[in-house]
Design a protein. Structure first.
Length: 363
């Protein structure tokens, strides 16, 4: 199978445009035209993971964390990053990262955490700003359905869990072709009046280019009249973190025991503000930047990782902060990615790493 086929599916699931500015999600090593007999899924792509791919005769590694975040100036094997890249290139192994773009979708990393905690209906904790646009396009009545179908196929018209959403307004359009035009309707120098409709769609920011391109191809006129309007709507499917309610309140101590058992970790936490836990906020990986959002939704606990000593004071009696460790909070992402690829390509070999890539040891 071509690596590009797997990448296409992954990027429809978690569009790269949703990644944070510091991130480097995408194909880091290799070419999308390369063929592979299988895929190895890992949280981190270390040299030991590349060795595992070589041993198992797998030509493609999909990792959550990018092995490269910024530019490399030399390849001499002096750092673990250089050694990973050099070995992957030497053995024709492609490396792909699906990082904060998978963090920033409702069905991604944080959805897995919420499911493990028993929260069945969760929402994005901090919706992504400037993520939704309204696309308005004017088209002859007879071409309405074809253009709408093209926009839907390109990713437009999605409102939360609903698809193919649009609004139509009927009217009349006028135009006068000049000598520099080649009109489909009307004559040069004569003002034309046509029965048209205005179609309106909500479009996520990452799909804007695809939607506009598809609309132009489906539109009968050589010059398409359209507008993009930035909305203030919250992107309920895109953003950082997640929150929701447990089916029934449980004691703080019982919740701690559940977290410890689920994540197999040592928990650092602040003093609870209530005896019971009902509303839970989470962020896999480093999530201290979402503390304000967790407080805003009246969460009883905020489960995340990478808290520094003085940051724990910021709980300030509003909620309890639970730091379960970076690796521990994201360990189930390996299964999430593997399960997605298996469902998309049921006859394809999907392997999960047997290497524990957690750099932190506990005594």
């Amino acid at each position: 199978m071509r690596i590009g086929e797997i990448i296409k599916a992954l990027e429809e699931w978690a569009p790269p445009a949703l990644q944070e500015s510091y991130d480097n999600s995408g194909l880091i090593v290799g070419n999308s035209d390369w063929e592979t007999q299988g895929v190895l899924v890992a949280l981190d792509c270390l040299e030991s993971v590349v060795d595992e791919a070589i041993e198992k005769k797998v030509q493609f590694i999909v990792a959550h964390h990018p092995i490269v975040f910024s530019g490399l100036k030399r390849f001499n094997g002096h750092t673990y990053i250089e050694r990973v890249i050099m070995k992957a290139i030497k053995h024709n192994i492609a490396i792909y990262a699906i990082h904060t773009n998978l963090d920033n979708v409702l069905w991604g990393v944080n959805a897995t955490i919420m499911s493990l905690l028993g929260v069945t209906d969760h929402k994005v904790l901090s919706p992504m700003p400037d993520a939704l646009y309204k696309f308005q396009v004017y088209v002859p009545v007879m071409n309405r359905d074809a253009l709408a179908a093209a926009v839907f196929a390109a990713g437009g018209g999605k409102v939360s869990a609903y698809e193919e959403c649009s609004f139509t307004t009927s009217g009349k359009g006028t135009f006068k072709p000049t000598e520099r035009t080649n009109p489909v309707v009307g004559d040069i120098g004569v003002r034309e009046e046509v029965e048209e409709v205005k179609l309106e769609f909500i479009v996520p920011n990452f799909a804007k280019s695809a939607v506009e391109h598809a609309a132009r191809k489906a539109h009968p006129y050589e010059e398409m009249a359209f507008e993009w309007i930035n909305t203030a709507n919250k992107a309920t499917d895109y953003g950082a973190g997640a929150y929701g309610e447990l089916p029934q309140p449980i004691s703080f101590e019982a919740f701690l025991k559940q977290v410890k058992t689920t994540f197999s970790t040592t928990i650092k936490y602040t003093k609870p503000t209530s005896e019971n836990v009902r509303t839970v906020a989470v962020c896999g990986g480093s999530g201290s930047f979402l503390l304000g959002a967790a407080k805003a939704v009246k969460a009883d606990v905020f489960l995340t990782a990478d808290y520094k000593y003085h940051q724990f004071f910021d709980a300030d009696g509003s909620l309890a902060i639970l730091d379960v460790g970076h690796f521990e909070s994201e360990q189930f992402t390996i299964g999430l990615i593997a399960e997605f690829i298996e469902k998309k390509f049921p006859k394809f070999a999907v392997l999960t790493t047997e290497v524990n890539t957690n750099p932190i040891q506990y005594y």
